[in-house]
Write a protein of this length. Sequence first.
Length: 315
Amino acid sequence: MTGSVCIVCGSKDMLPLYRTHDRHYGIEGDFDLVRCASCSLISLDPMPTEKQLLTYYPENYYAYLPQKKSIWWKQFLRHLLCLESKTHDPELSGAGNFLDIGCGSGAYLKFMAERGWKVSGVEPSRHGVLAATSAGFDVFHGSLLDAGYPAASFDYVRSNHSFEHMPNPLEVLQEIHRILRPGGKLFIGIPNTDSFTFRLFGRYWWYLCAPVHTYNYSTKTITTLLHRTGFQIEKVFYNSDAWGLLGSLQIFMNRNMGKKADDGWLVHNQPLRIFAHLAEKCIDRIHNGDKIEIISDKIDGPARECLLQEQPKSI
């Protein structure tokens, strides 16, 4: 048992789930995960500070690496083999102001800038900021809460696989609501603990990633948290890839060998990667995929009050 309070439903009934260790980056130590008995939200206990979290990331973390030029024949081959996993970003009428939270080296900033958007980024890592600013982008070094953007200054805010790394997601969503313009769009991409592979592999799930993943959400817990902070869900997509299935199996095989998650022949076998990717796409179709993408609209005024009144106090 723990004295933590669930950020989603407010329950104090947090049950021990796993004591585990990092399998991806060589971070030392064991870490405890707890599950809320009411809504099933999974979180680290104790919760690290933002400063502690920064010490966990290696300099060669994939999101910090400088952008590479795409090779046309590799893109064509991925398309031919149905290996693409493009994100389901919202349909936006015209360009405006865009913010990428956890922008890394700025790959998506570049994508949006090429489409006429005025782009900004937030990145806590010095290595990521250096890569993004070297590419010419305006990136704030720190957290969103420290950035202090003016109210209603963005038309579109995006957090693609950065939201599960945050130790203070409730406060972050409240800040996103403040800096979005009325009717602005929010995109969040995160792993899904309601997935088939999490239920199958448990502590060996590729996306559990303690301690860099502070919270692990399901579709229900993330949508409840969004409603609680004044967002109306527009669409939910399931957009998985081979790693949930094949990577988890590799971790399970490596469990007693002291190896990292990507050490082994399984994850480097291209035919198996194609098979696992296609299998994951089939699992997505029945809404049990490893990764979810949520598009939300900022709701304000009387509509927000009505939305908040409709939300249950617990799941």
